[in-house]
Design a protein. Structure first.
Length: 235
């Protein structure tokens, strides 16, 4: 696929633009975004249609880079979707590229969550030793890096990789009193996903910190527990 083919993707997207949907998307996000105005299921369908099946990983990454540089909401989603399709070929040295994408192109919670719980999370699951590189994100001034340092662990938790549970707790402790609500929601969500497979461990962790953990994070973390356990945690 050439750069000209990426132009075809833009033309295809423009065919499905809904001005009212675009206006609603802009209002929905607190952050400034640049949507064309195409509904996400249609964007995913276009991503599948135009995915270059015969391209190498490096060729796909190069195309992803070009899509990301366009800085539209929809083309960014396509780039992240294509990156996911390369997970079976991921190598340790792909970390540098994915981290650069995170720092350069992720500027809202939707991009952060999509990228980190899929492509980037898959890399970490495959190479656990790379997780140490994400710890510095926890103290970054960039809220999306701090959120990413937690939600990147959602992928291994979804895969029931218990060896990552200690990292989940370490990340939560590091971010415990972060004053950004989107960071709080991020690590609370991470704990919630972990609780699906390890409910006793997570509940014990939460109960020991319930008086320190912000209510926003706490509500996310205990969402899947029975009513009485929730009540106990919220006391």
């Amino acid at each position: 696929m050439s750069t000209d083919s990426l132009s075809l993707i833009r033309k295809e997207l423009m065919h499905y633009v809904e001005p009212a949907y675009k206006a609603g998307a802009i209002l929905f996000f607190k952050e400034k975004i640049n949507p064309l105005g195409v509904r996400t299921p249609i964007v995913r369908k276009i991503a599948r249609m135009y995915f270059p099946k015969e391209a190498t990983k490096q060729e796909v990454f190069a195309l992803c880079e070009q899509l990301l540089q366009k800085k539209t909401y929809e083309e960014t989603l396509i780039a992240f979707d294509w990156a996911v399709k390369q997970t079976h070929e991921f190598e340790k040295n792909d970390f540098a590229r994915l981290e650069r994408w995170l720092k350069t192109y992720v500027n809202n919670w939707a991009f952060c969550d999509d990228f980190c719980t899929h492509a980037f999370g898959a890399l970490i699951t495959r190479y656990p030793e790379l997780l140490s590189k994400t710890k510095k994100w926890r103290v970054s001034e960039n809220r999306w890096l701090r959120r990413a340092s937690a939600i990147i662990l959602i992928h291994p938790m979804m895969k029931k990789k218990k060896e990552f549970l200690k990292d989940v707790f370490e990340a939560a402790d590091a971010l415990l009193v972060d004053d950004d609500d989107l960071v709080q929601k991020g690590y609370g969500w991470m704990l919630k996903i972990a609780s699906n497979s390890y409910p006793a461990d997570v509940f014990q962790f939460v109960m020991k910190r319930k008086n320190t953990m912000p209510r926003t994070a706490l509500r996310y973390a205990i969402e899947k527990y029975p009513k009485e356990m929730k009540k106990s945690a919220m006391k």
